[in-house]
Design a binder for this molecule. Structure first.
Ligand SMILES: O=C(O)C(=O)C[C@]1(C(=O)O)C=C[C@@H](O)C=C1
Length: 256
């Protein structure tokens, strides 16, 4: 992969801005999805139907370059991008992005199916059908696909968080990487003050979105605001954990 471009990662302050800017689109999509009635059979067999839907869409997305090297977008159903290998002709100095082989998408899918989908309890739909059916598999799956892609992108920003943290503490990380000390790396990348800020901003955004939907005249059940708040809290707690795992796995492979 010598022909891969040399991509330099931004600093931590800028990357945290990028993470913060993804909160509104994520909670906006969650707001739409939580207001559609859900047929649970859509997610049976470990989400087989959802994954089949994703695969058809991801084939089209891949053709437009969505999952190319350095996009920080990773498909749920297609083969992963090959990892980088450092050689003397193709070196990876600190701050140069180094593709690893880990994907957090399996964790994201499991969380989505087991924790988030059960919170999609709306009985009504904003699609009006003359037969009074609230079922709209395609609209539901499209929002699932949009939301999953956003969650995956957000979590995989962890790869560049990891790179920039490595670049600012090369000696500290090198020994841990050589020892393949995942627990030690996890301690070094974790910042609980930052986590609290992320969670509180997500909570503020969820309140703003439920407010805006109600004030804009959308049809919402009485439990909408608290359901959205609850789903958002669970979602961002999990996103931070998966982002952290992606950071750790990235660093374990950083010196390859
Ligand atoms: O901002 C960081 O330092 C990150 O590593 C990102 C992030 C997050 O997912 O938002 C993950 C782990 C840290 O404990 C704090 C925040």
């Amino acid at each position: 992969h010598v022909d891969r471009p040399t991509l330099t990662v931004p600093g931590l302050v800028q990357i945290r801005d990028i993470l913060a800017q993804l909160e509104a689109p994520i909670i906006s999509t969650l707001t739409e999805r939580i207001n559609l009635a859900t047929d649970p059979t859509l997610y049976s067999n470990n989400g087989k139907g959802l994954l089949r839907f994703l695969e058809q869409h991801e084939v089209i997305s891949a053709a437009s370059g969505r999952y190319d090297y350095g996009k920080l977008e990773y498909p749920f159903t297609l083969p992963p991008v090959a990892p980088d290998v450092s050689t003397s002709r193709n070196a990876f100095p600190p701050s140069r992005f180094h593709q690893d082989s880990f994907s957090g998408n399996e964790n994201i899918t499991a969380f989505y199916l087991n924790t988030l989908v059960p919170l999609f309890t709306s009985k009504s739909s904003f699609y009006y059908h003359l037969d009074n059916s609230t079922i709209n598999h395609d609209a539901v799956l499209n929002l699932d696909a949009t939301l999953l892609a956003l969650l995956s992108h957000r979590a995989h920003i962890g790869k560049i968080v990891a790179e920039t943290k490595y670049a600012s503490n090369v000696t500290g990380f090198t020994d841990l990487i050589k020892a393949q000390d995942a627990a030690g790396i996890r301690v070094l990348v974790t910042n609980t003050t930052q986590e609290s800020g992320v969670l509180s901003q997500a909570s503020t955004a969820a309140a703003a979105f439920s407010d805006a939907w109600s004030k804009s005249g959308a049809l919402v059940p009485g439990s909408f605001a608290s359901n959205l708040q609850n789903a958002t809290a669970k979602l961002f707690r999990e996103l931070i954990d998966i982002t952290t795992e992606i950071e750790v796995q990235y660093l374990l492979q950083r010196l390859r």
